[in-house]
Each structure stands twice: as structure tokens, then as C-alpha cells.
Design a protein around this ligand. Structure first.
Ligand SMILES: C[C@](O)(C(=O)O)[C@H](CC(=O)O)C(=O)O
Length: 297
């Protein structure tokens, strides 16, 4: 029998190499990541906020909006999805409901952070934290709420930027004792990185390859050598696409034709194939759509 997504995620986290999870914001990016053959993907809250609302990552998205987005992403492939669950959208009871809905939606892992509500991107200034004890209660609620024991609960602390290394590590230790499966110390700089793994033996650590540049752009092997097991790349696909879209818009505005862009974009067939056209064609055949009405190019 094939392994479930959560089992595959657990297996990958226990493997030799660090697991790379490119960031996605919708089903289309999920298709791209799946096509590219990655073993995991990550739903970025920052990217979800930008694409769903056109606003930055300042905690405006509601829990149901985040769950809805995660569910659509999870539905688009069989690749284990790690999803941003911000601060759990409230207290421990909100966390409990959020975990139930994320899990039901096919998500394999979430990360929860110790910021107040509303939260903001961990790489921005002006963050505020809840107490470590309040966060411990949320981690416990998350662990208790999961039905599938392989669903992964990742605890993130945002304390490093505000209170320094010791405070951040103390918090992370408390979250680990509360049952977190993975530890995520947010926005470490180059000086902090070598201190994290020696302090947390035996538990997988997450490396957030954010685009802010605060955490260095290391290679997978360099990150592995520092003792991290999971690498998320939150907004890189989105930012690549935004830059390409801007260029297309510039050309369209000045040249008033798409002709010079056309040879450089993904072609029509590739685009539909990425969106599972072969599956649709197979289903049409199976359910008796007359040949002349089947979807073809
Ligand atoms: C990981 C993160 O929470 C996200 O929403 O993807 C962000 C990433 C980012 O804004 O680049 C973060 O707070 O680090």
C-alpha cells in the first residue's frame, strides 16, 4: 500500500538529506512544484496574503481563508503540503479548530508562531509576542487536535529578533517539550545559525529561506551541514513570476503587441498539461464523452 502524505513527510524528515519545500500560493504553483518532482511544498502566508488580498503579511487573512487556500493547494497534487498557520488565529481553542480544518483539508504539517494577533511577517520590525506559557498551551492544543498521529506540528518562535538567542532558544525548548515535532527559529542571521542545531539535538529544525535576506541564501548542503532538516522557500516562485509579469506588462504597454513576448512564455499546451489536461482526457474517455466532443488541442 502506498504511504500517506503525512507518512511520506515524516519519512523525508527522518532522511539523510534536508527536505526542500518550495513555496506556493495556489493550485497552479502546486502543479508546477509537483511536476518538478519535489517531495514537499510550503504554503506561504505572506504570499497568500499578497495574492488573495493584495496586502502584505500583517495578519489580515482569516483562518477560513487560509484553510481554504491550503485545501485547494492540497487538492491539486499528492505532494505533502506544509502550511503556514500564523499564530493559530486566536487562543488554544482557535488553534484546535484550525488544526482540525487543516488536517481535514489534506495538509500534512502546519507551523504555529508565538506572535500576538494580528501577527506580521517574521522578517519585519515591530513584532510582539505572547507569553511562552500561552504559546505552550497552543502547541499542546495543536498536538491534541490532530487525528492522524503523523500530522506534523511545527512550532515557530519569533523571539530571536526581539529578545535574542537565549530567549528564543528557551522558548523553542518549551515548545518542544509541549510536543512540537519540528522547531522553527524565525529570522536567524549568520551568527545565530551555528548555535541552533547543537541546542536542539534529536528534533528536526526548519530553515526559512525568506526573501528578506536576513537569513543567508545558503545551499542545501550548507544548510544540512548546519543541522537543519527542512528548508522552506516561501516566496521565490511568486517573486519570479511577478518580475516576469512586470516585464510583460512593460512590453505590452510600450509595444502594444504581445508578439515579442510570445516565444518566451510557457506555451498553451504546456500550460494546460500542467493543469492536468491528460487526466481530464482520460476521464472523458472513461465516462463515455463521444470522441468528437473530447477535449483536444
Ligand atoms: C514564512 C513566512 O511566514 C511566510 O508567510 O511565508 C514569512 C516569509 C516571508 O515573508 O518571506 C515569514 O514571516 O518569515
Amino acid at each position: 500500500m502506498s504511504l500517506t502524505r503525512t507518512q511520506r513527510l515524516r519519512q523525508a524528515l527522518a532522511g539523510e538529506r534536508a527536505l526542500m519545500a518550495p513555496g506556493v500560493v495556489d493550485a497552479m504553483y502546486a502543479r508546477l512544484v509537483s511536476e518538478a518532482g519535489f517531495q514537499a511544498m510550503y504554503m506561504t502566508g505572506a504570499g497568500t496574503s499578497a495574492t488573495r488580498l493584495g496586502y502584505p503579511d500583517v495578519g489580515l487573512l482569516t483562518m477560513t481563508e487560509m484553510v481554504d487556500n491550503a485545501t485547494r493547494i492540497a487538492d491539486a497534487s499528492d505532494v505533502p503540503l506544509i502550511a503556514d498557520a500564523d499564530n493559530g488565529f486566536g487562543g488554544p481553542l482557535n488553534v484546535r479548530r484550525a488544526i482540525q480544518l487543516y488536517e481535514r483539508g489534506g495538509v500534512a504539517a502546519v507551523h504555529l508562531e508565538d506572535q500576538v494577533l494580528p501577527k506580521r511577517c517574521g522578517h519585519l520590525a515591530g513584532k510582539q509576542l505572547i507569553s511562552a506559557e500561552d504559546m505552550v498551551a497552543k502547541v499542546k492544543a495543536a498536538v491534541d487536535a490532530r487525528i492522524d498521529e503523523n500530522f506534523v506540528v511545527i512550532a515557530r518562535t519569533d523571539a530571536l529578533a526581539l529578545h535574542g538567542r537565549n530567549a528564543a532558544f528557551d522558548r523553542a525548548e518549551m515548545y518542544r517539550e509541549a510536543g512540537a515535532d519540528v522547531i522553527f527559529v524565525e529570522s536567524p542571521g549568520p551568527d545565530d545559525l551555528p548555535h541552533i542545531a547543537p541546542r536542539f539535538p534529536g528534533i528536526p529544525l526548519l530553515y526559512n529561506m525568506a526573501t528578506s535576506g536576513k537569513t543567508p541564501f545558503l545551499t542545501r548542503s550548507e544548510i544540512e551541514a548546519l543541522g537543519f532538516k527542512l528548508i522552506i522557500y516561501p516566496n521565490w516562485l511568486l517573486l519570479s513570476a511577478c518580475e516576469a509579469a512586470r516585464k510583460t506588462l512593460e512590453v505590452l504597454k510600450t509595444e502594444e503587441t504581445i508578439a515579442s513576448i510570445a516565444p518566451n512564455v510557457m506555451n498553451f499546451k504546456e500550460f494546460f498539461d500542467m493543469a492536468r489536461m491528460p487526466e481530464i482526457q482520460e476521464l472523458e474517455a472513461r465516462y463515455g464523452t463521444p470522441e468528437e466532443n473530447r477535449t483536444t488541442y
